[in-house]
Design a protein around this ligand. Structure first.
Ligand code: SIN
Ligand code: MN
Length: 202
């Protein structure tokens, strides 16, 4: 894994936040539901890119090209994020999905693996904006010991190589730790490559 504290300066964070607000205006945050139980998640989500990660009671975790509420294609991934991927990921093809999570108040995310992609050779790159998130990351087994990182606004974190399938989650958000979002809370953006490029001629 790679941790880049304060990789985005204040101006870059503000510019990225503006781009995220535009995405949300076209593709509103919605409340996803867990597979089978239909239990609502505490984070709200939307996506940018040709594919977006979604989950609902009936069809579970998956990627799809359209917003589940509006039915429209996802907005495009902001150039700032594509440049960040080029600079940091070490992967020669662009990301196809940018999942946008918004954590208000006491939202959190349980330990899980990102494993709905075809290509685990590509890293998962995450950017934090707003209040600090207490991020927990372990190993490839749920039982492995975990480490904690306090992800601050502007921090970039990469799960790659042997850690690509590491269990990770957000224990809680620390309120009042950033002035970036007037409404408080935290955005986390994760860039993922979804489809495999190991086929011939592609
Ligand atoms: C995620 O695993 O989708 C989000 C992690 C985070 O919010 O930092
Ligand atoms: Mn994840």
């Amino acid at each position: 894994m790679q941790y880049y504290p304060q990789h985005l300066d204040a101006a870059a964070q503000t510019a990225l936040l503006g781009a995220i607000r535009e995405i949300i205006a076209a593709a509103p945050l919605y409340t996803p539901a867990m597979p089978r139980s239909g239990k609502p998640m505490s984070v709200r989500m939307t996506n940018a890119g040709p594919l977006g990660w979604v989950t609902d009671k009936e069809h579970g975790y998956r990627y799809q090209a359209t917003h589940p509420v509006t039915g429209r294609p996802w907005p495009t991934i902001p150039p700032l994020l594509l440049d960040l991927w080029d600079g940091v990921s070490g992967y020669p093809h662009p990301p196809e999905a940018c999942l946008i999570n918004y954590y208000a108040g006491d939202a959190k995310m349980g330990l899980h693996q990102d494993r709905d992609e075809e290509d685990f050779a590509a890293p998962v790159l995450s950017v934090s904006l707003g209040d600090t998130g207490v991020f927990r990351v372990g190993g490839k087994s749920r039982k492995d010991p975990t480490q904690k990182f306090e992800l601050k606004s502007g921090d970039v974190f990469v799960l790659d190589g042997d850690d690509r399938l590491a269990f990770h989650g957000i224990d809680r958000i620390l309120p009042g730790t950033s002035n970036l979002l007037p409404e408080g809370g935290r955005f986390n953006l994760t860039l993922r490559r979804v489809t495999s490029r190991i086929y011939l001629n592609s």
